[in-house]
Design a protein around this ligand. Structure first.
Ligand SMILES: [Mn+2]
Length: 271
């Protein structure tokens, strides 16, 4: 038997036969508080094997989806090169009719994702689930950073909504992007494909402590699942899951939560 690298649960389809494609991007370049997201893709894959592939919520099984795991993008390059390669990868997958699922990595990966999806489709809206607004124009002298990613990604698409934010730079509060979870179905544009960016810190840190920048007062696990289910009436073309920091997750429960949320998201959106 040929040895096989670690892959996500049930991701045993070859690329050409797959519908949903997992790609790890262990990017950790502009992290400013506490580190670890480079370890996240492996931690999430490892944690996924502790879970069942069947969802009692969607009443479907991951093994029926057609899941492929491409492994990780090489991140030993400049930030610009990494984001450029990611953009090409996502664009190619979306053009081929696949649904990419990107495992970050720091939140900056979303920029490469939405640029790629927008290039493939010509139109796109971005939904971000995140404790932080990430709307700064620059942070510590950088225009491309985990703290500016919603601003930069928002500039690359035709619509931006942020759910779950509770950490703001004062003047941002008047920006039109912030909506409560229950307004999601009305606020999204039915005519635009959606990219979903799930920053794990949108969850309450009591549920998911292993993130780079924990922020009290977050969403519950079932509220996040509720957001996935609200998206079933829309054309969601891909998603990313970012900011898991395994070194701050000694119990391992945050990586398991991340893996379980991925299973539920994939089955709710494409099962
Ligand atoms: Mn965040």
């Amino acid at each position: 038997m040929k040895p096989r690298p670690l892959r996500f649960l049930s991701a045993d389809y070859p690329l050409e036969d797959s519908r949903v494609v997992i790609l790890g991007v262990p990017l950790e370049r502009t992290v400013t508080f506490r580190g670890g997201p480079a370890q996240a893709p492996s931690a999430i894959r490892y944690a996924s094997w502790s879970l069942e592939s069947f969802s009692a919520i969607s009443r479907r099984d991951l093994s029926g989806v057609g899941l492929c795991d491409l492994g990780d993008l090489d991140t030993e390059r400049s930030l610009g090169e990494i984001l450029g390669t990611l953009e090409e990868e996502i664009s190619g997958l979306v053009r081929a009719g696949k649904r990419p699922v990107v495992l970050g990595g720091e939140h900056t990966v979303t920029l490469g994702c939405v640029r790629g999806a927008k290039a493939a489709l010509g139109k796109l809206q971005l939904l971000v689930l995140d404790a932080h607004s990430d709307l700064r124009d620059e942070y510590l002298g950088e225009r491309i950073s985990h703290a500016t990613v919603a601003r930069r990604a928002g500039e690359a698409v035709d619509g931006l909504l942020i759910v779950g934010a509770r950490s703001f730079v004062g003047p941002e509060l008047s920006e039109p992007f912030f909506i409560p979870l229950d307004e999601l179905p009305r606020a999204l544009d039915k005519g635009l494909p959606v990219w979903l960016s799930l920053d794990l810190d949108v969850l309450d840190p009591s549920l998911c402590p292993g993130v780079t920048n924990p922020e009290p007062g977050g969403l519950s696990y079932h509220e996040v699942i509720g957001a996935f289910r609200a998206l079933r009436d829309f054309e969601v073309v891909g998603l990313d899951l970012v900011e898991l920091a395994p070194p701050f997750d000694p119990s391992g429960v945050s990586a398991i939560t991340a893996a379980k949320l991925l299973i539920e998201a994939i089955l709710a959106l494409w099962g």
